[in-house]
Design a protein around this ligand. Structure first.
Ligand code: HEM
Ligand code: CU
Length: 541
C-alpha cells in the first residue's frame, strides 16, 4: 500500500497545505503524533529518573555519608520513585505505543476522542511540571517515598502538597487515556476485526483501560485527602484527632496494587505480539492469553492488602489477602507457559526485539516468583520493608515493564520512523543492560534476606559487599541504556530505510507504509484472518 503519493504524507512531516511547525505537534489530534510526544516526554523523564537512581546507588557505595547528606538522600529517592512510577512506567506503553499502534492494529482512523487525547497529553505535561516544581517550591522536595504514607506525609514540612496535587492531575490523564481506548476498541474496529481476531496487544490495553478507569479515581481521592489533611487538618488519618492511618494504606493500595497491572499488562501484550512474529508461529493459547489479561485485571484488584501484612490487620484479613495474592499468580503463569510454548518448535529468527522479549520472560519470572515469597504472610514478615522488596519490584517493573518497553521500541521503530537502527549495536546494548540489571538488583535479594532495610541512608558494615556490587551493576546498566538510546537516536536520523514489513508481521500496522501517512488507511481495511496467521505474509526488510 506504499504508493509514492501515500508515503509523501508521512505523519512525521507537515500535512499538504499546512504550515507544520511545533504547534502542529503540540495541538495535534493525530494519535500517532500524540503517541510520539508521550514517548519523548517519557524517555526524557526516564533519563532523569535514571540519574536520580544512579545517585542513590552512588551514595550507598560505602557506609556513612559519601556524596550527599541524609535529607538530600530522602528527597532524591522520593523523586526517583515519583518520577519513575507516575511519569514513566504508568503512562509508558499505553500512552506512547498504545496511542501510536492501537488504532492502526484495529483498522481505525484514530481513537474515539482525538481532542480528548490531546487534552490527556497536556494534563500529563502539566502534572509533570507540577511534580518537578515540588523540588523548588515550599520548604524542599518531598521526602516521604512515593507512597506518601501518613502520618509522616501529613506532618513533614517539605513540599508534599505540590507532589500530591501533581499526582492528582496525572491521574486524570491516565483515566482519560483508558476511557478513550475502551471506547475505541468497542466502537472503531474495522469490518471483520472480531474480538477473537484482536491482536493480544489490544486485548492487554483493553484490560488496562478498565483498571485505569475504575482504580485511578481512588488514587485521586486519596491524594486529595492528604492535601486536605495538610492544609485543613481534618483528622481523617491522624489518630490524635480520631483518624486512622491504616485507612490511608487501604485507600492507597486499592489503587496502587492494580496500578502495577496498569504497568505490566501492556508489556505482556507487547511480548505476546513479538514472540509469534519471530517464531513464525501462531501464538500458543490465544484465548487463554486474552482471558488471562482480564483475569489479572480482575483478581489483581482484590489483593491490595498484601502490602499491609505487618501493618496490624486481623489474622483473617491476612489469610484472605495472602490467598487471593496466590490466585493472581495463576493467570500470570498461564501467560509465561504460553509464551514458552509459542517458541517451542518455532522457526526462530533472532532479532533485537526478540532478545528483549526473552530478557522480559526471564526477569519477569524471577520478579513474579519472588512476589510469591512476599505474598505468603509468613515469609513477608521476615523480608517486609527490606531490600528484598526493592529487588522484587525492580525485577517485575524494570525487568518486566522496562524490557517490554525497550522491546516495543525496537519492534515498532522501523514502522514509526521508516528507518532501521543498527541491529548489532541493539543486541549488544540489550546484553549489557541485561547483565548490568542482574548485577544491580540480584544482590538486593541477598542483603534483603539478611535484614538490610529499604530507604535507609546508612547501613551496618556487613552489607557493604552487597551494596558495592550493586553500585557497580548500576554503572554497567547505565552504559547499556545509554548505548541503546544513542543507537535508536542515530537510527531515527540516518538509519537505512526499512521496508513496510521488515519483520514479516501479520497485524494491520505492517500493511501500511513506514512511516504511516497522516490518514493511516486510504480505505477501510477488511480483516479476514487472525493477527498471528502468517500464511502469505512476507518480510521485506
Ligand atoms: C505474582 C505477582 C506478584 C506478587 C505475588 C506480588 C506481591 C507483592 C507483595 C506482597 C509486596 C509487598 C511487599 C512488602 O512490602 O513487604 C509487593 C511489593 C511491590 N510490588 Fe509486587 N507482586 C507481584 C507482581 C508485581 C507486579 C506485576 C508489579 C509491577 C509491575 C509489582 C510491583 C510492586 C511494587 C512497586 C512493590 C513495592 C511497593 C512498596 O513500595 O512497598 N509487583 N509485591
Ligand atoms: Cu500489591
Amino acid at each position: 500500500m506504499s504508493e509514492a503519493a501515500h508515503t509523501s504524507v508521512s505523519f512525521l512531516r507537515p500535512m499538504a497545505g499546512t504550515k507544520g511547525g511545533i504547534a502542529s505537534w503540540l495541538f495535534s489530534t493525530d494519535h500517532k503524533r500524540i503517541g510520539i510526544m508521550y514517548l519523548c516526554g517519557i524517555m526524557g523523564f526516564f533519563l532523569v529518573g535514571l540519574l536520580l537512581g544512579f545517585l542513590v546507588r552512588l551514595e550507598l557505595i560505602a557506609p556513612g555519608p559519601t556524596i550527599m547528606d541524609a535529607q538530600t538522600y530522602n528527597t532524591v529517592f522520593t523523586l526517583h520513585g515519583v518520577i519513575m512510577i507516575f511519569l514513566v512506567v504508568i503512562p509508558s506503553i499505553p500512552a506512547a505505543f498504545g496511542n501510536i499502534i492501537l488504532p492502526i492494529q484495529i483498522g481505525a482512523e484514530d481513537v474515539s476522542f482525538p481532542k480528548l487525547n490531546n487534552f490527556s497529553f497536556w494534563l500529563y505535561v502539566i502534572g509533570a511540571l507540577m511534580a518537578l516544581s515540588s523540588l523548588f517550591t515550599g520548604k524542599g522536595g518531598p521526602d516521604t517515598g512515593w507512597t506518601f504514607y501518613v502520618p509522616f506525609s501529613q506532618t513533614t514540612s517539605t513540599n508534599v502538597s505540590a507532589a500530591v496535587l501533581a499526582v492528582f492531575v496525572l491521574g486524570f490523564s491516565s483515566i482519560l487515556t483508558g476511557l478513550n481506548f475502551i471506547t475505541t476498541i468497542h466502537r472503531l474496529r474495522a469490518p471483520g476485526m472480531t474480538w477473537d481476531r484482536l491482536p493480544l496487544f489490544v486485548w492487554s490495553l483493553y484490560a488496562t483501560g478498565w483498571i485505569q478507569v475504575l482504580a485511578t479515581p481512588v488514587l485521586g481521592i486519596t491524594v486529595l485527602l492528604i492535601f486536605a489533611e495538610r492544609v485543613l487538618g481534618v483528622g481523617l488519618f491522624d489518630p490524635s484527632r480520631g483518624g486512622d492511618p491504616l485507612l490511608y494504606q487501604h485507600l492507597f493500595w486499592i489503587y496502587s496494587h492494580p496500578a502495577v497491572y496498569i504497568m505490566i499488562l501492556p508489556a505482556m501484550g507487547v511480548i505476546s505480539d513479538i514472540l509469534p512474529v519471530f517464531a513464525r508461529k501462531n501464538i500458543f493459547g490465544y484465548k487463554m492469553i486474552a482471558l488471562s489479561s482480564l483475569a489479572i485485571a480482575f483478581a489483581g484488584s482484590l489483593v491490595w492488602a498484601h502490602h499491609m501484612f505487618t501493618s496490624g490487620m486481623s489474622d483473617t484479613a491476612v489469610l484472605v489477602f495472602s490467598f487471593l495474592t496466590f490466585v493472581v499468580a495463576i493467570p500470570s503463569a498461564i501467560k509465561v507457559f504460553n509464551w514458552v510454548s509459542t517458541l517451542y518448535k518455532g522457526s526462530i529468527r533472532i532479532e533485537p526485539p526478540l532478545w528483549y522479549a526473552l530478557a522480559f520472560i526471564f526477569l519477569f519470572s524471577i520478579g513474579g516468583l519472588t512476589g510469591l515469597v512476599l505474598g505468603s504472610a509468613g515469609t513477608d514478615i521476615h523480608v517486609h520493608d527490606t531490600y528484598f522488596v526493592v529487588a522484587h519490584f525492580h525485577y517485575v517493573i524494570f525487568g518486566g515493564l522496562g524490557f517490554g518497553l525497550f522491546g516495543a521500541m525496537h519492534y515498532w521503530f522501523p514502522k514509526i520512523f521508516g528507518r532501521m537502527y543498527d541491529k548489532r549495536t541493539a543486541t549488544l546494548a540489550c546484553f549489557i543492560t541485561f547483565v548490568g540489571f542482574n548485577v544491580l538488583y540480584f544482590p538486593m535479594f541477598v542483603i534483603g534476606m539478611q535484614g538490610m532495610p529499604r530507604r535507609y541512608y546508612d547501613y551496618l558494615p556487613q552489607y557493604t559487599t552487597g551494596h558495592f556490587i550493586s553500585t557497580m551493576g548500576s554503572w554497567v546498566l547505565a552504559a547499556g541504556i545509554l548505548l541503546m538510546f544513542w543507537n535508536l537516536w542515530r537510527g531515527s536520523r540516518n538509519g537505512p530505510a526499512a521496508g513496510d514489513n521488515p519483520w514479516g508481521g501479520a497485524t494491520l500496522e505492517w500493511s501500511v507504509s513506514s512511516p504511516p501517512p497522516h490518514h493511516t488507511f486510504v480505505s477501510e481495511p477488511v480483516v479476514t484472518k487472525g493477527p498471528y496467521d502468517f500464511t502469505g505474509v512476507k518480510a521485506d526488510g
